[in-house]
Design a protein around this ligand. Structure first.
Ligand code: BGP
Length: 454
């Protein structure tokens, strides 16, 4: 396979899933630190208290990255580690950790790609004004973003404001599966708008501060396909695609909301607080690139079984075969026709190619990074060797799809495997593995290189 010389080859992690040290060196709790303590919410009660202990072992981890030849590392900054109260005093020990990590990466010729928000909102802000339910959170996020640009912007030139808004918003506000565990679709849409504004404010701040790098946002990319040709399934697919694609991508890349869909949801849930000034702000802050996390497509059918999405963990692991939060459609699991992972996520590299084509068709020549893609599996261990052949095959097949897209003129600039190392899967504990590096949880978190690493 041939890729452009400046193509960024990388792997990704997120603070809560990898760092551990949840209450050390001045870090305050995030909404996840509290949520995982509610009985029944996570798989066997697992938490990120220790995670892969990257906070203490980052040097060893960066050495492993360098040895593997990783060109870039995507990680996120824990907001309550650097600003324990959300927008108050700076925790210099937290700043020092990220500063050291960045220096260590650069010394080893690894380009840092930084996500500001990978779901771990400071609990203090949730308590103070309901977190993202309030416009105050937009100001707080801008404070956090400015702090990061100021302290790290001299060395970090690639920034992602938010990771997968659709996930933390749907699970947080419509299905009770992530914090703050509410069930109120109106709030889901309102929060999505406030987060878009926070993104826009960070983009403008970044440019106003004279930074030289690029800034964008990462969305889930899950192309929807009608399961049958029936009018019902096609209509269901319109709802799924309007929500999962247009509602989320349009404000970031066009500075507007899809009109027909907005009308429909406002008729159902009530008028949203979206002002003309807000829309001008969105228009003035087009992202430099779009990051996409691609794992699987969705086969969509009308929800004629009238099934309701329940709040239990099992219904919220993104497996195929679940009703949507709004009840209008459901995803279909069809093991006769399609290939699936152990967690019932469909394996379909063609849909990754299609996802990029759809973005290109709707938003033009926007640069794209694949900021996550990978196989969640329970790896085979034989005589202390981790034989993750299925992961190698998965990644290879998806890279072919990337190559096709590049050949067709799509500006794909990088590919980040999820994940660099085995880490906490939000609702599946440590059982669902994605990494190139295995963490032996029975042996002091010892790192072992998997077959995919070698
Ligand atoms: C994405 C998240 C990642 C990661 C990945 C795998 O939605 O951005 O943080 O968790 O999915 O998901 P899971 O661990 O549920 O399999």
């Amino acid at each position: 396979m041939s890729f452009p010389a400046d193509f960024l080859w990388g792997a990704a992690t997120a603070a809560y899933q990898v760092e551990g040290a949840w209450n050390e060196d001045g870090k305050a709790p995030s909404i996840w630190d509290e949520f995982v303590r509610i009985p029944g919410k996570t798989f066997e009660g697992t938490t990120g208290d220790i995670a892969a202990d990257h906070y203490h072992r980052y040097k060893e981890d960066v050495q492993l990255m360098a040895e593997m030849g990783l060109k870039s590392y995507r990680f996120s900054i824990s907001w309550p580690r650097v600003l324990p109260e959300g927008d108050g005093a700076v925790n210099e020990q937290g700043i020092e950790f990220y500063s050291n990590l960045i220096n260590e990466l650069l010394t080893n010729d690894i380009i840092p790609f930084v996500t500001l928000y990978h779901w771990d909102l400071p609990q203090a802000l949730q308590d103070e004004f309901g977190g993202w339910e309030s416009r105050q959170c937009i100001d707080a996020f801008e404070t956090f973003a400015r702090l990061c640009f100021e302290r790290f912007g001299d060395r970090v030139h690639h920034w992602i404001t938010f990771n997968e808004p659709i996930i933390f918003q749907t699970f947080g506000y419509a299905t009770e599966a992530h914090p703050p565990a509410k069930r109120d679709p109106f709030l889901l849409y309102q929060v999505s708008h406030y987060v878009n504004l926070a993104h826009a404010r960070a983009v403008l701040a970044y440019r106003e501060m004279g930074n030289k790098g690029e800034i964008g946002l990462t969305h889930v990319s899950q192309p929807c396909y009608a399961y049958t040709n029936s009018d019902e399934d096609k209509e269901a697919t319109w709802w799924a695609e309007s929500f999962g694609f247009h509602w989320y991508y349009d404000p970031i890349l066009k500075g507007e909301y899809p009109a027909e869909y907005r009308k429909a949801i406002e008729a159902q849930y009530g008028k949203l607080d979206i002002t003309d000034d807000d829309l001008s702000l969105l228009k003035s802050a087009r992202s430099d690139f779009i990051g996409i996390n691609y794992y699987q497509p969705a086969r969509i059918a009308a929800n004629n079984q009238q099934a309701e999405r329940t709040a239990d963990r099992e219904s919220n692991t993104s497996a195929a075969g679940t009703p949507s939060f709004c009840g209008r459609y459901r995803t279909v699991l069809d093991t006769d026709q399609f290939e699936y992972t152990r967690w019932n996520w469909e394996i379909c590299p063609d849909a990754l190619h299609d996802a990029m084509k759809r973005i290109h068709a709707r938003y033009g020549d926007i640069p794209i990074y694949i900021t996550e893609n990978g196989l969640g599996d329970e790896d085979l261990v034989v005589n202390d060797e981790i034989l993750d052949e299925p992961r190698i095959d998965y990644i290879r097949r998806h890279l072919f799809a990337c190559q096709q897209a590049i050949e067709e003129g799509i500006k794909l600039k990088g590919y980040y495997a999820w994940s660099w190392i085995d880490l906490l899967s939000w609702l599946n504990g440590y059982k669902k593995q994605y990494g190139f590096v295995y963490v032996d949880r029975d042996n002091k978190l010892k790192r072992i290189k998997k077959q995919s690493y070698l």
